[in-house]
Ligand binder design. Structure first.
Ligand code: ADP
Ligand code: ADP
Length: 239
């Protein structure tokens, strides 16, 4: 069974017209998929339906054998430990150190904000530090996140998403706030680490050229509908 199955997904906010309509696709373990489309196409909404940050209006999402829409709160929390999120604006806790932000990936963003930090074990700290080394920012482990550049903050975001060994990471416009050189660094890290750790990746991007050069497969969204879905290699050839 594929890791993720999206079947006839529809989404409307507050009973308004659908912003996603009849979306169906499967993603197999280890795939690196780019979702592309203009602003307002529904890319963020799609990722938010997959981890149920928003309620699903129609159809269903099955992740790792669970029907996401029918999980109760506790089951959803457990399932979400297998789904990492990376955001355009990093969503770090600015006053906390890099390593604290990474460790908070274990407790969830909301809990981190509420100060439910818990006590981290040496093993957890070592794991966080190792991830920071992989991402080339271990030297900044004890600096406050708000003192880092955008590219450094996004590397913290990646480490935070990886600390729970997720099966899937959802990246919502991870490079939209970064300059082209930094974007390349971030995409290289994402691609390399996802492949090394055997993590499936779905990345929302609005830059088609970036999507082409990094993804195995592209799903095009426009006006809430899938307009194409195929191998990135084929798409490069065809145009
Ligand atoms: P994209 O990520 O491709 O820019 P979004 O998923 O953010 O697209 O938005 C798709 C549509 O849904 C847009 O028309 C947007 O205005 C609308 N939308 C997004 N979030 C909400 C929300 N919380 N409430 C109402 N409408 C929303
Ligand atoms: P981003 O650059 O992160 O896509 P957006 O402006 O699309 O920023 O969305 C920022 C926030 O506003 C999101 O939480 C989104 O759900 C919400 N939002 C977007 N469009 C609408 C809308 N039409 N009505 C209500 N909320 C919206």
């Amino acid at each position: 069974m594929p890791l993720l199955q999206v079947n006839n997904l529809g989404k409307s906010y507050n009973g308004q017209s659908n912003v996603l309509e009849d979306i169906s696709f499967d993603v197999g373990a280890g795939e690196f998929v780019a979702v592309i489309g203009p602003s307002g196409a529904g890319k963020s909404t799609l990722l938010r339906c997959i981890n149920r940050m928003v309620d699903i209006t129609e159809g269903n999402v099955t992740f790792d054998g669970s029907d996401i829409g029918s999980l109760n709160k506790r089951e959803l929390r457990k399932t979400r430990t297998n789904i990492g999120m990376i955001f355009q604006h990093y969503n770090l806790v600015p006053r906390l150190s890099v390593i604290e932000n990474v460790l908070h990936g274990r407790f969830g963003y909301k809990n981190a904000l509420q100060g439910v930090f818990g006590k981290f074990t040496e093993e957890e700290k070592t794991k966080a530090f190792t991830l920071l080394q992989k991402l080339g920012i271990a030297d900044h482990a004890y600096r406050r996140c708000d003192q880092l550049s955008g590219g450094q903050q996004q590397r913290v975001g990646i480490a935070r998403a990886l600390i729970q060994d997720p099966k899937l990471i959802l990246c919502d416009e991870p490079i939209a706030s970064l300059d082209p050189n930094t974007s390349k660094v971030i995409m290289d890290y994402l691609k390399t680490i996802a492949s090394e750790m055997n993590i499936t990746c779905i990345v929302n991007l609005h830059q088609v050229d970036v999507a082409k050069s990094y993804s195995d497969r592209m799903i095009g969204l426009n006006n809430g509908r899938i307009v194409f879905d195929g191998s990135s290699y084929r798409i490069t050839e065809d145009r």
